[in-house]
Write a protein that binds this ligand. Structure first.
Ligand SMILES: Cc1cc2nc3c(=O)[nH]c(=O)nc-3n(C[C@H](O)[C@H](O)[C@H](O)COP(=O)(O)OP(=O)(O)OC[C@H]3O[C@@H](n4cnc5c(N)ncnc54)[C@H](O)[C@@H]3O)c2cc1C
Length: 480
């Protein structure tokens, strides 16, 4: 069976590997000159520096995605457990180190915020562990979810733990009174680009994934993971064409017959689209729009930059919270503007991934949230980020900004995305049920892999989307 994979992001690479491992003849077409998609990299003064993800969670999702090829993630890359993983800082002087092991985080919370806060977090983590044990098999690892699942006996029996009718924020405030902890836990909504006051409380299981299962680095940087997936795909016979943007998916009598790239037509029995779904329905195959759910509100975008930093960086990942974090979400989702006083995230690859640094400085990746589709002038935001990082001592006065990307530039690099980082947002309780499935109904041979399809954005979920696309494709071909 000949399959063309459009796009070589994490979902596309995992799909290509899974299909090739089952004997398919796989070609992967990539518009950009290199693989990785949003998990990209740039060269700064001789160092390859990641421009996208900085934290890997749920490595076992990659094991699941690569199982068809008989490979585990740790066969491909070495994982790093940064110590501490995060340093959360607030304007009132509170600085809270957080670790990859929950017991160390709890000790740290007790030291910094007191024993009540420790007890609150421990209870919260016990609760979200239960949420995760229900959500993971039913929504994350499951090949798809349907609205009818919400009424299945197993879900109905689990509603108290899943809390789909409560928001993340409401569920946090019910259990946690300590204001710094509330900020820390609310921020996990942004891990899929959502609003903690609107996303269902089920998503509080993200706290379990990071705080209990652990946040990891990839030795050398996230680009090592992309390189390893690319190498594995090649080893299994995937043929790559870089700089080849697909322009149309060709369909005849409800069945995929090939793909077109400006002037070139290649026949295929199946297509896995790893581009944003809106690019498929807007450009590559507009007739697919009628077959797929409305994508809803996009997830957040962001302004990102990389400094050549000489300041004192104490943790792999630093979050500088503003005075009132709740205002960030009002600006982002009601005002449709970047926050006037944002939470500033900074990640040091040398600490997060044991990646190389320069002799006199290190790369410091930084990000603030911005609405998808925002096209305003990012210069004031960049200046604000510099001032905040400088005041916190992470940057020296003259440290240069060596690379940056605005939401509008992100949108241009990833057609259809509007610059959204994680596909559709989860800003209502139906979001999981409205996400496009991995098999496009009504068009035989067309599959979706990537952050804008089930189960959603973030590297581990994209890997699982690749796995589900492969399973659907092989099942339809009678080769599962
Ligand atoms: C700044 C930033 C920070 C992030 N931080 C994290 C993090 O810390 N942890 C985490 O897990 N995730 C993070 N993410 C999210 C994560 O990077 C994405 O969810 C994931 O990498 C997306 O993978 P994907 O499979 O959806 O493919 P994408 O990365 O969306 O790639 C799609 C590919 O398709 C190609 N393409 C599009 N159209 C065509 C066409 N017509 N023809 C050929 N090719 C085409 C594109 O060029 C691209 O290479 C971050 C993302 C960004 C941008």
């Amino acid at each position: 069976m000949k399959v063309i994979v459009i796009g070589t992001g994490i979902g596309g690479l995992c799909a290509a590997i899974g299909l090739a491992a089952r004997g398919c003849n796989v070609e992967a077409w990539e518009a950009a000159p290199a693989a990785g998609g949003k998990a990209g990299t740039t060269l700064i003064d001789g160092l390859a520096v990641d421009t996208g993800p900085s934290l890997l969670t749920l490595p076992e999702a990659f094991d699941a995605a690569l199982a068809r090829a008989g490979v585990k993630l740790t066969d491909l890359v070495r994982l790093v457990r940064p110590d501490p993983a995060f340093l959360y800082r607030w304007p009132d002087g509170v600085a809270l180190p957080v670790y990859s092991e929950a017991h160390r985080t709890l000790e740290s919370v007790e030291r910094v915020l007191g024993s009540n806060a420790r007890a609150e977090l421990a209870r919260f983590l016990a609760h979200v562990a239960q949420t995760w044990s229900l959500a993971a098999p039913n929504f994350i690892y499951a090949p798809g979810v349907a609205l009818t699942d919400l009424f299945s006996p197993r879900i109905v029996a689990s509603l108290a733990a899943l809390e789909p009718f409560r928001t993340m924020d409401a569920a946090i405030c019910r259990r946690v009174k300590e204001p710094h902890l509330r900020d820390l836990l609310r921020r996990y909504a942004t891990y899929n680009g959502s609003h903690p006051g609107r996303a269902p409380a089920t998503l509080n299981c993200i706290a379990h994934v990071e705080l209990t299962l652990g946040g990891f680095g990839v030795e050398g940087g996230i680009h090592r993971l992309v390189e390893a997936l690319l190498g594995l795909a090649r080893e299994r016979g995937v043929h790559f064409e870089f700089g080849r943007p697909a322009t149309r998916v060709l369909v005849q009598r409800g069945r995929v017959i090939g793909v077109e790239a400006s002037g070139l037509t290649v026949a295929a029995d199946a297509v896995v689209c790893n581009a944003d779904v809106a690019h498929l329905t807007g450009t590559l195959l507009p007739e697919a729009r009628a077959q797929l759910p409305d994508p809803g509100q996009p997830s957040l975008s962001g302004w990102t930059g990389i400094f050549r930093a000489t300041g004192k960086v104490e943790a792999a990942h630093t979050v500088l919270f503003p005075r009132d974090y709740s205002e960030e979400f009002v600006d982002l989702f009601d005002g449709r503007t970047p926050p006037h006083d944002p939470a500033v995230y900074a990640s040091a690859p040398a600490l997060a991934h044991a990646a190389p640094r320069w002799e006199d400085a290190q790369p410091l990746f930084t990000m603030v949230n911005a609405p998808a589709g925002w096209t305003g002038d990012a210069a004031p935001l960049a200046a604000l980020v510099r001032a905040r990082l400088g005041a916190a001592g992470l940057l020296g006065a003259d440290d240069p900004l060596r690379w940056s990307r605005t939401p509008a530039e992100l949108a241009r690099s990833f057609p259809g995305s509007q610059g959204a980082i994680y596909g559709g947002s989860s800003n209502d309780m139906m979001a999981a049920f409205q996400r496009p499935p991995n098999r496009v109904p009504g068009i035989r041979g067309l599959y979706l892999a990537g952050g804008s399809a089930h189960p959603g954005g973030g590297m581990p979920l994209c890997a699982l989307s690749g796995r589900s696309a492969v399973a659907a494709c092989l099942a339809d071909a009678g080769a599962a």
